[in-house]
Design a protein around this ligand. Structure first.
Ligand code: G3P
Length: 215
């Protein structure tokens, strides 16, 4: 299972890289907007230089021609740029064109298995179902992941299931149980995965006993 860091913040990316847990990065307009005093393309270029894996950069055009234009500009930034396109008719059309040109595409804002089938047929490298937002409206986001993984296993599509809108370690655990290809998470969730009170207590006890022993 690949871990992507869901952030446009360079410190978040750096910390995840130092941990050896950054197989890629995903950004979106809201995450990018949180970073002040930056240039979008420069921030993407910097992040692309920090990780070897795919870095998702989202178009802001909503029309097919604008998406293709922006996607081609983003793809020129670095070889590991993955163009993020919304799951709309224009996004699917642009996905097909960019994928046929050899550009990695992450089709985002996916909320149904039907949408996920369209993303795969459009040639997406990644499909991003937003599990947290599905949970927010009282449905079960991870059930959608299970459904998509099951459907994709019936075909030889190259599209990887990228679990997005991850809010806590349980999303990661369930994604691993289901066999999703990728999970993208805020650095905070990665921290929550390694932090455990019993680990801290155990280290403290080892150190106290060692100190007492005089060894
Ligand atoms: O990659 C998509 C992710 O950033 C959305 O997360 O928490 O805004 O639903 P969230």
């Amino acid at each position: 299972m690949k871990f992507f860091i869901d952030s446009a913040n360079l410190d978040d990316v750096r910390k995840a890289v130092e941990l050896g847990m950054a197989d890629g990065v995903t950004t979106n307009p809201s995450l990018m907007a949180k970073e002040t005093g930056i240039s979008f393309h420069q921030q993407i270029a910097t992040i692309c230089g920090m990780v070897d894996g795919p870095v998702s950069a989202e178009v802001t055009a909503l029309d097919y021609a604008g998406m293709v234009k922006q996607g081609r500009e983003l793809a020129k930034i670095a070889a590991n740029v993955t163009v993020k396109l919304p799951l709309t008719p224009d996004g699917l059309r642009a996905c097909r064109v960019l994928a046929d040109e050899g550009t990695m595409v992450n089709v985002t804002l996916c909320f149904s298995a039907a949408q996920a089938i369209l993303g795969a047929k459009a040639g997406a490298s990644f499909i991003s179902p937003f599990v947290g937002r599905i949970d927010d409206v009282g449905e079960h986001g991870m059930s959608l992941i299970a459904e998509i993984v099951e459907i994709y296993s019936n075909y030889d599509w190259d599209t990887e299931v990228l679990v997005a809108s991850v809010r806590h370690p349980t999303h990661v655990l369930e994604a691993a149980r289901i066999g999703a290809d990728v999970v993208t998470m805020p650095f905070k969730v990665l921290e929550q995965m390694y932090k455990h009170p019993l680990t801290t207590i155990g280290i403290d006890q080892f150190m106290a006993d060692w100190k007492k022993s005089g060894l």
